[in-house]
Ligand binder design. Structure first.
Ligand code: ADP
Length: 577
């Protein structure tokens, strides 16, 4: 519990004045709650004894109205403030979380699924906000209401009656809470089940097209239903257990009432207390129920908040392995990049995906990379983006380890066109400008011409301003690729990486782009991963990758002469043509 508040300390420190005001408002609210019952008892006694005077009656009425008005005012002020604080906290927690997510490296995105990351910022964050708002309110308001009410029972009525009727309440409550707490260990498991369900729903929505294309709606729906059912079953388990608690406590409460009435009547008969006192007392007893039940829910919510707090902080405590330090150097250009015996294993994999890769890229060269699917081509070139640290070996830029340069600078050197194209639900132009938001229109035009995307514009309803659907659904595969190429080109990068980016374009478009490479990219470096040999045959150096190793290296002519994998595949492609 304290852990949650310790983690939120920064917020309370920032907002302490408002929290202090809210604290006093709650105390006023709970303090005023005890007076009406007392006034009622006094009125009854005055009426019963026949000594009630008219002006006295009006004083009591005005007092009751006054209390009601002050309570309303305090209530209004409190709720207004607490809701604002809740929103403020959600906003700041979200900001922190998203900032953290953006600062983390690819490893974290391998470790957590999208569903997990989303449920932490939605469901879990909600529980944390509740801890900082509703929970505090319940603790302060109900706690003080309990103290004031029991205090009023003892001081204004009878301590003996109070001890006799109220003592069993905390004892029963304590025992029941212990049983309930035992069950709450299960809450954490439930949270994992909930995340899995969120992930499944996300996957189904994202993959709806593929599912439909393969007429797999029923299977997918069955899987989805299974995830939903697992979630609801797990939830029912919790609800079942919690439902036992309510009626049991009602039973204890009825017993308290019985004792209060029996012993209270005895005290009235003995003239220890008045009838008005007994009515006030039973009204007070009734007032204890709501705070006790609320406090039991507080424990429930606290438990939720603790789990959520841990889950939220798990992400906040993640540390990027790939990051700058105070010695990181700027880099805006380079002469050579050397891979020296580089091996790499994905963080949660067992085996290396690439092994002992050594080659050198000179500024201005075009490097071709070919090889079977899954050979490790993307993995090799993506090392330049520093998504992960290499497992073994080194990459040097102008003789210095790649780790000694600022990560952002390195990424700024590169224009990367990935195999799968991520397009945003924005205009085509805005999607291109993601590559360089400050690019002037001429640069955008130049990039479009380079990518041979010009020819697509007449087919787009609003030209450059056409909104691209989610994941680029309004564009064809080739158009998406060309748009992605334009996005990379708009930053006129030192190194352009086309990672199998010409696979969905026709041979003619491919040759236009390859021709443009020569014209537009004089003095700049290009790395082209391709399946079609026509895309790389003019490269200064071609690497043939198989099972994570370089098996052949050279120019097109040199490789043909080697009579190896390259030659065989080249001949095969020519025959197919
Ligand atoms: P290529 O570009 O030659 O098709 P990749 O470099 O994409 O090959 O993949 C090489 C191998 O690494 C494949 O076996 C692939 O399954 C695996 N791989 C790719 N990405 C990941 C990842 N994020 N985590 C684990 N394994 C991966």
């Amino acid at each position: 519990m304290l852990r949650v508040y310790r983690n939120l300390f920064w917020f309370f420190k920032q907002e302490w004045k408002k929290y202090l005001i809210m604290f006093f408002l709650l105390i006023i609210l709970s303090f005023l709650a005890i007076f009406p019952a007392n006034i009622l008892g006094t009125i009854i006694d005055l009426i019963a004894s026949g000594s009630m005077k008219t002006h006295e009656f009006w004083v009591y009425v005005i007092l009751l109205i006054l209390f009601a008005v002050i309570r309303y005012g305090s209530n209004y002020a409190y709720h207004f403030m607490i809701n604002r604080e809740g929103q403020q906290l959600s906003y700041e927690l979200r900001k922190k979380y998203l900032n953290k997510l953006f600062s983390l490296d690819a490893k974290v995105y391998e470790k957590y699924t999208k569903g997990e990351l989303i449920s932490r910022i939605s469901n879990d964050m909600q529980h944390i906000t509740t801890a900082a708002t509703t929970l505090l309110q319940e603790l302060v308001y109900n706690g003080s209401l309990l103290i004031f009410t029991v205090g009023a029972m003892v001081i204004t009525i009878s301590w003996r009656l109070t001890v006799a009727s109220v003592t069993i309440m905390p004892i029963a409550f304590f025992i029941l809470m212990r049983i309930l707490n035992h069950m709450r260990k299960y809450y954490k498991t439930h949270r994992v089940i909930y995340s899995a369900m969120t992930e499944k729903v996300l996957e189904s929505i994202e993959g709806v097209k593929v599912v439909r294309a393969y007429v797999q709606e029923d299977t997918d729906y069955a899987n989805l239903e299974k995830a939903l059912l697992t979630d609801i079953k797990s939830w029912r388990k919790i609800v079942k257990f919690e439902s036992i608690f309510g009626p049991l406590f009602d039973l204890v409460y009825s017993l308290c009432y019985f004792i209060a009435f029996a012993y209270g009547t005895y005290l009235v008969i003995n003239q220890d207390i008045s009838v008005g006192n007994l009515i006030t007392f039973t009204t007070y007893l009734g007032m204890l129920y709501a705070p006790i039940i609320s406090l039991s829910n507080v424990f429930n919510a606290v438990n939720n908040a603790i789990i959520s707090n841990d889950r939220y902080n798990e992400i906040l405590n993640e540390e990027a392995e790939v990051k700058d330090d105070e010695h990181s150097k700027h880099i805006i250009d380079f002469d050579t990049i050397e891979f020296r015996n580089v091996s790499f294993k994905y963080p949660f994999d067992k085996h290396n995906v690439i092994n002992n890769i050594s080659f050198t890229i000179k500024k201005g060269e075009t490097i071709g990379i070919v090889g079977p699917t899954g050979a490790g081509k993307s993995t090799i070139i993506r090392q330049l983006l520093r998504e992960f640290n290499v497992t073994q070996g080194d990459i040097y830029i102008d003789g210095e380890p790649i780790e000694s340069f600022k990560v952002e600078d390195l990424r700024n050197l590169v224009g990367y066109v990935p195999q799968s194209h991520i397009l945003f639900r924005r205009g085509v132009d805005e999607n291109i400008l993601v590559g360089n938001p400050d690019a002037p229109m001429e640069e955008v035009q130049r990039a479009i011409t380079f990518a041979d995307f010009q020819k697509d514009l007449p087919y787009l309803s609003e030209g450059l301003h056409t909104i691209v659907g989610e994941s680029g659904t309004t564009l064809s595969g080739g158009q998406k690729q060309r748009l992605s190429i334009a996005r990379a080109m708009v930053r006129n990068p030192e190194i352009l990486i086309l990672d199998d980016s010409l696979s969905a374009v026709d041979a003619e478009t491919e040759s236009t782009i390859i021709r443009n490479l020569k014209e537009y990219r004089k003095g700049k470096t290009n790395i082209i991963v391709a399946h079609r040999f026509s895309a790389i045959r003019e490269a200064d150096q071609i690497l043939v990758i198989s099972e994570g190793r370089i098996i052949e290296k050279g120019t097109h002519e040199e490789l043909l002469k080697l009579n190896g994998w390259y030659r065989r595949q080249y001949d095969k492609q020519n025959m197919e043509k």
